[in-house]
Design a protein. Structure first.
Length: 191
């Protein structure tokens, strides 16, 4: 989902509660990801069987998007769209592309019901980016979800307690250095 200037406000979520939502997601669709620290095959989870579509109503589509648009979540059509190149790279565990898919999944998983309700009632409160509180910002929430679904809280806590470095987290979960660094910095506050 992309917004040029204005952003709709969504119900508040903390970093921790988004981490719990990601664990719930994995428990349903990829429990193996909660048994040992491992790369999360996000494309396979969304596309290899019909479970995700059946349970959430969302379909993953690989289709070209407008210039500069990394991914898109359509709450009317229930479609997550990513460019074919992103699909292929994410399937091969390229960190940045997996994060893009995780971000769009975050919108679908966290905001699907809320936005569908807003669309039906025709009321969305849209604010300037600077006026929106971080915990109510859907973009911040989607970023936090991507991070937590690709590096599940209990798994990251587990290896960080054993002294894992940012590089270890990057290698273990096959994410970008930046994503691993960000997650480790946040997780260290919970240790
Ligand atoms: Zn977004």
């Amino acid at each position: 989902m992309t917004f040029a200037v204005k952003i709709p406000e969504v119900p508040p979520q903390s970093y921790k509660s988004i981490g719990r939502e990601a664990v719930e997601f994995l428990r349903k669709f990829y429990p193996e990801g909660l048994q040992k620290p491992c790369p999360i095959p996000i494309i396979d989870i969304l596309d290899a069987n019909h479970k995700f579509e059946e349970e959430t109503g969302f379909t993953l589509l690989a289709e070209e998007l407008g210039f500069g648009i990394l991914g898109q979540t359509d709450f009317c059509q229930n479609v997550i769209t990513i460019p074919p190149a992103t699909y292929i790279a994410a399937q091969l565990h390229a960190g940045r592309e997996k994060f893009t898919v995780g971000h769009e999944l975050g919108h679908a998983w966290l905001h699907g019901d809320f936005f569908k309700g807003c669309i039906m009632e025709n009321k969305i409160s849209v604010l300037n980016r600077s006026d929106i509180k971080v915990f109510r910002n859907p973009e911040w929430q989607a970023e936090a979800f991507a991070s937590a679904v690709l590096m599940p809280t209990p798994m990251v806590v587990n290896i960080c307690r054993k002294g894992a470095t940012v590089e270890d987290v990057m290698d273990t979960f096959k994410v970008s250095y930046k994503a691993a660094e960000n997650r480790v910095n946040k997780i260290h506050k919970f240790l």
